[in-house]
Design a protein around this ligand. Sequence first.
Ligand code: TRP
Length: 343
Amino acid sequence: MTARHGHRGEKMENAEKKRVFSGVQPSGNLTIGNYLGAIKNFKSFEEQYKTFYCVVDLHAITVRQVPAELRRRTYETLALYMASGLDETKNTLFVQSHVHEHAELGWILDCYTMFGELSRMTQFKDKSAKHAENINAGLFTYPALMAADILLYGTDIVPVGIDQKQHLELARDVAMRFNQIYSDTFTVPEGYISESTMKIMSLAEPTAKMSKSDTNQNAVVYILDSKDDIMRKFKRAVTDSGSEVRYSEDKPGVSNLMTIYRAFTGKELADIEREFDGVGYGEFKLAVGEACADGLAPVRERYNQLIADKAHLEAVMKAGAEEASYYARRMMSKVRRKIGFVG
Ligand code: TRP
């Protein structure tokens, strides 16, 4: 089969491939929760799918950002994508605000997303409790913009952490609603929530999600933490009563450590229980720390090289935005026509 002339996006091989889209916010330092729950899985799609991985800066401003930090973190998030093994020639890596169609479709989908639906979003409820002084309209309509991100590319699969499941369901509902009103327009996306990594919890309070904005620095392991920091945090990790390394609901601390260990080593839970049979929590925590530090070391090394070359990162985001725009423009012209906008 020969590639057609013109834009890269027009290649036959791409036209036939299913699409993957995901996004990460450039706010806060990324944690092993972001890494294991989402980014680490992204690479597995790059051969079989047409993949779009976006740094979602429009989403980030739903919470007040310091401009210089937002800019710096946008570069950092892109570098982390690449450091996690995403090859920029195989994946479309770009920044959301560089492709204007995201904001445009975001507005349109606001008009097909119900107030009641948005009111039920647990992330909105959590974030508005946390940022009571800034409950802006963008924070409320955030999921409609996320739906726009996804639907703009005819996305089939969306790899995300489990905390995004509700937003994804909403994107599906909005896609189906639009299709029903105007005839088939959007692909209804499926979530891809990896079983083995699920949700990574705080090391200090294992019933709460590990959050990049946690003020307790021992609760959160960042992707770019040094080995010393990683070991210290795991040594201090909260465990449960008893002394057995066993995965169970009444052992949230140990279970979380087992999840992390499994994600970095690829071992099964039952094997992990066997491996640490009769061994105390202390030794187990050290093993988890080692596995985590070893798993992240190559990422940190690549990251340090990438972040030092800003011009290269800029070239990658520019090429990515051009590629993404090609798809986004085509979808928008279809959407405009269906809605009844002139021209
Ligand atoms: N809301 C996602 C998060 O915080 C980020 C995001 C924005 C996203 N748009 C997306 C994820 C589209 C997947 C697909 O983590």
